[in-house]
Design a binder for this molecule. Structure first.
Ligand code: AMP
Ligand code: MN
Ligand code: MN
Ligand code: MN
Length: 285
C-alpha cells in the first residue's frame, strides 16, 4: 500500500489555491494520483465538488481540510482526513475559525498602508475565490502584481511574517478543538508539515505529546514542505510515537508551487500509511 499514489494535501480557489476543485482533480488524475484529498484551509465548501470530480475521473477520494491552530503562541496546521463533512460541530468550528479573517485582513492592509503599500485589502480581494477565506497568500499575489516584490516567497520574507510590517497576530482554533472536530466527525487528525514550524526540540515534543494525548493519530512525513532529510526525520518520529504517516504535495498553483500533485516520492517502508487506517472512509468512484 506504500506504493499507492496518494496526495492528501492540496488547495483550490475555495481557499488560497488558484485552480477550481475540478481543475485540481483533473491535474491530480493526470499526474497519476489514485487517492486524493482536497484540503482547503479552514473550509469544507469545496468537498462535494472535489469528490464528484474525482469520481468522474475514476479517482478515490478522502474528505479533507487543513485547520489553522494556535498552539503555545505559534500557528500550526492540522489536516483532517476522512471525516463526515456534514458533521455539525466540525462545520461550526471551521466557520468560527474562518470568521476572524476579514478583520485580520483589514488590519494587515492598515499595517501595509503605513509602509507605503496602498489598497492592499481591495487588491488582495481580487485574488480571493471565497470571500470568507482571505489569506496572506492573496496579499502576496497582489504585492507581486504591483511590483513590491518579484516572488511570493519574498513578500512573506519581507512583509507577512512575524516581526515584519503586514504581519498581524491572530488567534486561530485551539489544538484540542481542531482534533476533536475531526475525530468526532469520524476522521483522522494529522500534524501538517511539522518541519515548517521552526520549533525547538522541546516545543516540538510538547506539540506531538499534546496532539497524541488529544487523540491525534497522524503526521505528514512526505510533503512538498519538507526537505529529503525531513522525510527521514519525521518517518523516524512516526515510528517512535506510533503515528500514521501521510503524504501530500501542498499544491496551490501550477507556477507558484514547486511540488506538483502526485509527484512526491513514496512514504518510507517503515511507516504505516494513514490511508490504511482510513480504508473504511475512502469514497470509491
Ligand atoms: P494564512 O492562513 O492567511 O496565514 O496564510 C497561510 C498561507 O500562506 C499558507 O497556507 C501558505 O499557502 C502561504 N505561505 C506561508 N508562508 C509562505 C512562504 N514563505 N512562501 C509562500 N507562501 C507561504
Ligand atoms: Mn496555503
Ligand atoms: Mn499549511
Ligand atoms: Mn496547505
Amino acid at each position: 500500500m506504500q506504493s499507492l499514489n496518494a496526495d492528501l494535501h492540496c488547495h483550490s480557489n475555495v481557499s488560497d489555491g488558484t485552480l477550481t476543485p475540478e481543475e485540481v482533480a483533473a491535474r491530480a488524475h493526470r499526474n497519476g494520483v489514485e487517492l486524493w484529498s482536497l484540503t482547503d484551509h479552514d473550509e469544507i465548501g469545496g468537498q462535494e465538488r472535489a469528490r464528484d470530480a474525482a469520481h468522474r475521473l475514476g479517482m478515490s477520494y478522502l474528505s479533507g481540510s487543513e485547520i489553522s491552530v494556535t498552539f503555545a503562541g505559534r500557528t500550526v496546521h492540522i489536516v483532517g482526513l476522512g471525516f463526515d463533512a456534514s458533521h455539525a460541530d466540525l462545520a461550526h468550528g471551521l466557520a468560527a475559525t474562518r470568521g476572524g479573517r476579514e478583520q485580520r485582513a483589514r488590519n494587515m492592509a492598515a499595517d501595509l498602508e503605513r509602509v507605503g503599500v496602498h489598497g492592499a485589502f481591495e487588491g488582495a480581494l481580487k485574488y480571493v475565490g471565497n470571500p470568507d477565506l482571505i489569506s496572506r497568500t492573496h496579499f502576496a499575489r497582489y504585492m507581486v502584481e504591483i511590483g513590491v516584490c518579484k516572488e511570493l516567497s519574498d513578500v512573506f520574507k519581507r512583509y507577512l511574517t512575524e516581526g515584519k510590517p503586514g504581519y498581524v497576530e491572530h488567534r486561530w482554533a485551539k489544538l484540542s478543538d481542531a482534533v476533536r472536530w475531526i475525530t468526532e466527525a469520524g476522521g483522522v487528525a494529522v500534524i501538517a508539515h511539522p518541519g515548517r514550524y521552526d520549533l525547538t526540540p522541546n516545543e516540538e515534543f510538547a506539540l506531538f505529546d499534546e496532539f497524541k494525548a488529544l487523540g491525534g493519530l497522524g503526521v505528514e512525513v512526505v510533503t512538498g514542505s519538507h526537505t529529503v532529510p525531513e522525510y527521514q526525520k519525521y518517518a523516524d518520529l512516526a515510528c517512535e510515537l506510533d503515528l500514521l504517516a501521510s503524504r501530500g504535495s501542498d499544491f496551490h498553483d501550477p507556477k507558484e508551487s514547486h511540488t506538483d500533485l502526485g509527484t512526491l516520492p513514496a512514504l518510507p517502508k517503515r511507516v504505516r500509511p494513514v490511508w490504511e487506517a482510513l480504508a473504511h472512509r475512502v469514497q470509491h468512484p
